[in-house]
Design a binder for this molecule. Structure first.
Ligand code: KG4
Ligand code: ZN
Length: 334
């Protein structure tokens, strides 16, 4: 069965065709980064309009690339995300579903991220621990099966991607900050500054990144004041990245050990971070799974695969909706 996946929750228009028997057939992504760059962040109205402009031509293209006239089902991101942007994808999915007389499935964006490693050749089996790290979320989830998600920990303040983005802004790296900060960090010394490891030694599995963000800000202000910022930028970036990654890995390893899980899935935009990928694999006794880099950040393929699984096990659910806030734990097993 061919499932067309549509992702429009934020600033990427992602479209893909996933065949439940043969895997991913085609996918394309249009990034709006250039559109939002001059504003230093995503402007919701601009995002919605651009999704509207791009979607149909991109859908035409993935269907052509997959060699099919029409899919057997459509999956669209229904939340969480920017409501206007979600409505563009949801409205398009509903209209096409009616025209093609095929089922429409509403997919939870974070479930899409969580299931993205299933697009790879050696997908993880259940159960596993998921470290879901993106621009809006930092979560540790005990995953027992499709829809069986126990949230073990979440961020008490900023999401880790947000911390990367804000630190990047402080260092004048523009938007989106994560990849640029990681690139700058590659040329720096990560022991140059002793930034706090958020929540280190505290019980539980929650994250907190505001203390780290403040520590970086104070260091940047100090360097600005004494004129040494230029020479310290790379070291600050590297030391921040090290502290953030250590915090994520420390929590994840503890959660996996406490639950006796020997598989960890790392997914979401920050899952593209090379230091995180390398270090967690090195420090964890079990096996670590992640999507290929392009499927860590937002994309249509993860929505198509999540939709295909949900459809196979439960049939179409909540077909049309656009929800800004939607907890992953409220999803149920099919
Ligand atoms: O999953 P995603 O594309 O969108 C959301 O659902 O939020 O994640 C985007 C986030 C941004 O905060 C971005 O800066 C961060 O992921 N990111 C990275 C890297 N690539 C993207 N953070 C650190 N290192 C990277 N290489
Ligand atoms: Zn995302």
């Amino acid at each position: 069965m061919n499932v067309l996946g549509i992702e429009t929750s934020c600033d990427e228009t992602g479209v893909a065709v996933y065949d439940s028997a043969h895997g991913l057939k085609s996918h394309v992504l249009h990034s709006q980064v250039a559109l939002h760059a001059e504003y230093g962040g995503v402007v919701p109205e601009i995002a919605s309009r651009d999704h509207l402009r791009r979607l149909l031509p991109l859908i035409r293209r993935v269907l052509d690339d997959a060699g099919i006239e029409r899919p057997d089902a459509i999956a669209h991101t229904a939340g969480p995300g920017l409501v206007g942007a979600l409505m563009v994808g949801g409205g398009m999915a509903a209209g096409l579903g009616m025209a093609w007389d095929c089922p429409v499935v509403a997919v939870h964006h974070m479930e899409g991220h969580l299931l993205a490693p299933l697009l790879e050749d050696e997908p993880p089996e259940y159960p596993f621990l998921a470290l879901l790290v993106s621009g809006g979320h930092s979560m540790l989830i005990d995953v027992r099966g499709l829809g069986q998600y126990e949230l073990m920990g979440t961020t008490l303040d900023d999401a880790v991607g947000e911390a990367f983005d804000k630190t990047a802004k402080l260092l004048d790296l523009g938007y989106p900050g994560g990849p640029a900060l990681a690139a700058l960090a590659a040329g720096g010394v990560d022991t140059a500054f002793e930034f706090p490891r958020p929540m280190h030694g505290k019980p539980g599995y929650d994250f907190s990144f505001s203390g780290l963000k403040t520590a970086v800000m104070l260091e940047v202000r100090k360097a600005e004041a004494d004129g040494s910022l230029e020479s310290k930028r790379a070291d600050i970036a590297a030391s921040f990245q090290r502290a953030a990654v250590d915090a994520l890995i420390g929590r994840a390893l503890k959660a996996a050990a406490d639950r006796g899980l020997d598989r960890i899935v790392v997914a979401g935009g920050v899952g593209a971070n090379k230091l995180l990928r390398a270090d967690i694999a090195r420090r964890f006794d079990g096996r670590v799974y992640y999507p290929r880099l392009e499927f860590c950040t937002d994309n249509g393929a993860m929505i198509a695969v999540a939709g295909a699984l949900r459809l196979a096990e439960a049939g179409p659910v909540d077909a049309i909706r656009a929800t800004a806030r939607w907890s992953l734990e409220s999803l149920s097993a099919p």
